[in-house]
Ligand binder design. Structure first.
Ligand code: G3I
Length: 304
């Protein structure tokens, strides 16, 4: 393949980007998006604060724009995200207990119903595990509604959109460590009890301090062995030149070596579009030119 999307498609995978909907009016941005990518994820526009700014009042205009763009250009849409402790609307701050649980479940149901049939995979729950060595759930307002909040969210999402793959998504879970062990135990438990979960997303935000782990592929594989698909969902790698290019290549090769690693999404298009632009972590520079990391990514996709 001569583009990321075409090369990934040769092994049945997608290659996606996180998209900021307000940049769809930037012709350089859209040109790269349409040429290279076969899946899109809304960077912010499908989150709780964006879609339900007041209780039970839903605003889908921005998310719908992205879905229309994807449909017009033959791209899939990854939904992000139904339940997360961040980017909640202000009105949830005064809720707790049953009231917050019900608000969360209504949110999941309404949003997943609105987008039914249009989303290939939903990040149903995002970042629910704690950093560090505990392997435990993260303390949050949602967690304080009871440990079963995650499975309740997955059941509500399945009921609303039975055709979407339902994923758990997190960061610092890319290698085997206490946090990924915690997620692994949850997924194993969900599979054993028939809680509907189809996939696990590995955000894969890498930095100098937190590089691609040596057991990245083995970690993806152990999740696949539980019966779920895996996807790389927010890939970005701090750095430049050949070291950044090598790291991208390693990530892509790891995914291609795992048969049920079904797609890769990078967390933006140009370095200047990144939520951490000073890390220059993406595949295109601020002018939209291909970086060394682009070439190594394309080569790794074509080697699969
Ligand atoms: O919408 C307001 C706008 O009205 C206001 O004028 C502007 C002024 O700063 O802020 C806008 O909100 C910003 C929003 O992005 C949309 O641009 C928020 O301040 C800003 O915090 C928010 O950042 C997002 C961040 O999540 C929030 O945690 C990033 O764009 C987004 O890339 C990032 O993505 C997350 C993934 O969803 C999950 N994994 C981690 C990743 C980084 O936190």
């Amino acid at each position: 393949g001569t583009t990321l999307g075409a090369a990934a498609a040769e092994t049945g995978r997608y290659f996606g980007a996180a998209v900021a909907v307000n940049r769809l009016s930037d012709s350089v941005y859209v040109g790269i998006l349409n040429r290279e990518f076969t899946s899109v994820t809304a960077e912010n526009e499908m989150k709780w604060d964006a879609t339900e700014p007041s209780p039970n009042q839903f605003t889908y205009a921005s998310g719908d724009k992205l879905v229309s763009h994807a449909e017009a250009n033959g791209m899939r849409v990854r939904g992000h995200t139904l339940a997360w402790h961040q980017q909640q609307p202000r009105w949830t701050a005064v809720l707790s207990g049953t009231a917050l649980r019900n608000a969360m479940l209504n949110h999941v149901t309404q949003v997943a119903t609105h987008y039914r049939g249009k989303i290939h995979a939903w990040n149903v729950v995002n970042e629910a595990f704690a950093d560090g060595g505990s392997g435990a759930r993260r303390d949050s307002n949602l967690q304080r509604t009871g440990d079963d909040w995650i499975e309740a969210a997955f059941r509500a999402a399945r009921a609303a959109d039975p055709g979407a793959k339902l994923c758990y998504n997190d960061y610092y879970t890319d290698g085997q460590n206490p946090k990924s062990n915690g997620v692994y135990a949850m997924v194993r438990d969900f599979r054993a009890r028939g809680v509907p979960i189809d996939c696990v997303g590995f955000q894969s935000h890498f930095t100098a301090q937190s590089p691609v782990p040596s057991d990245y592929q083995a970690n993806l594989q152990r999740f696949v062995d539980l019966g779920v698909e895996v996807q790389i969902t927010e890939l970005d790698i701090e750095g430049s030149g050949s070291s950044q290019a090598d790291s991208y290549s390693r990530v892509v090769s790891a995914c291609l070596a795992v048969s049920r690693c079904t797609g890769i999404t990078v967390s933006g298009i140009r370095d200047t579009d990144s939520w951490r632009s000073s890390a220059t972590p993406l595949l295109f520079d601020g002018n939209g030119a291909k970086k060394a990391a682009y070439t190594s990514t394309l080569d790794a996709l074509n080697a699969g």
